[in-house]
Design a protein around this ligand. Structure first.
Ligand code: SF4
Length: 227
């Protein structure tokens, strides 16, 4: 299988030449590809992304629909006991840790950032409970991407498309930032996530319906004659 993929890679050409057309075709396919979390401002964005760890975006949206009605400013999150916040976010899982992180973050926003959400990954990762992945997502949505978000779909598709041989998300990100034009850093993960959910499924990729199958993907399951 590995040698087949190596063969296919040779046939399709280097990833540097393929990355442009891959982005173009996926953009044409999913012009509306954006983050699936629902938020109305920067604070809601930050809280949504913090809540999305270890759960689905759909689940987070269900919870934040109520949460954001009551909690509108950093002060609002600090005006209630942790247990009350825990009850509202309970369904996102890890609710104790998340409530603690959110309240700690709100405190720091007030004390060190004038109540505003900072825009750089460096500043965002200073907030309690905000890991690099969360910071990357928030910075990208704020129009200031400083890396490429690597989730399970981005990891799988980057490997299948022959854009990386790495397994570790940090190393995959390192490969991708060298390859993907900076202007596309924010959009690129959304394109792969949308494609991964709709066509390039983890277990059963639907290569026959994939716009990348014929000339851009070395892992295509279509017979070579069709490619
Ligand atoms: S050709 Fe198949 S393996 Fe490659 S990206 Fe498309 S669906 Fe995934």
């Amino acid at each position: 299988m590995r040698s087949y993929i190596a063969e296919a890679r040779k046939r399709l050409g280097p990833k540097k030449q393929r990355i442009g057309p891959i982005i173009e075709r996926l953009t044409a396919e999913y012009p509306e590809a954006t983050i699936a979390l629902r938020f109305r401002n920067e604070l809601e964005l930050l809280v949504s992304v913090m809540l999305s760890a270890q759960t689905t975006d759909v689940n987070v949206n269900r919870v934040t629909e109520n949460l954001f009605e009551k909690y509108r400013r950093p002060d609002d999150y600090l005006a209630v006991p942790a247990e009350e916040l825990e009850r509202v976010i309970y369904r996102t899982g890890f609710f104790r840790q998340k409530a603690k992180s959110i309240q700690g973050t709100m405190r720091m926003l007030i004390e060190e950032f004038d109540g505003e959400v900072p825009r750089t990954v460096e500043e965002l990762t200073r907030l309690p409970g905000v890991a690099r992945k969360t910071a990357n997502v928030v910075a990208a949505e704020l129009g200031n991407p400083q890396g490429i978000v690597v989730d399970t779909h981005v990891r799988r598709l980057s490997q299948r498309l022959g854009l990386t041989k790495q397994e570790d998300p940090v190393k995959i990100e390192r490969d991708l930032v060298k390859l993907v034009p900076r202007a596309d850093w924010a959009r690129f993960p959304h394109l792969l996530i949308w494609h991964g959910r709709r066509i390039c499924d983890a277990r059963r990729p639907r290569c026959e319906d994939c716009p990348l199958a014929v000339d851009l993907c070395p892992s295509s399951r279509l017979p070579i004659a069709a490619a």
